[in-house]
Design a binder for this molecule. Sequence first.
Ligand SMILES: [Zn+2]
Length: 80
Amino acid sequence: MFRTLIIIAAVAFVFLIIKNRLSRKHGQQQYASSKQSDDMARCLQCETYIPKKEAIISGTGAFCCKQHQREWENSHTRRD
Ligand SMILES: [Zn+2]
């Protein structure tokens, strides 16, 4: 009888740990998605939002790719 109680307590303990971990993971995901807008940059050329770590940041702004950086700089720095 005493053994059964220990087993039930152990199962309940493991269940609580798993439940706690799952809820904590869910909270982290919510935090990440709410923080996402802070880590986004907008390409000046095509106005697409890209993660800042993937964006090309130049002195003029952020771009999604080298080509758009070149296109934007070509259209905004004309030398006649
Ligand atoms: Zn672009």
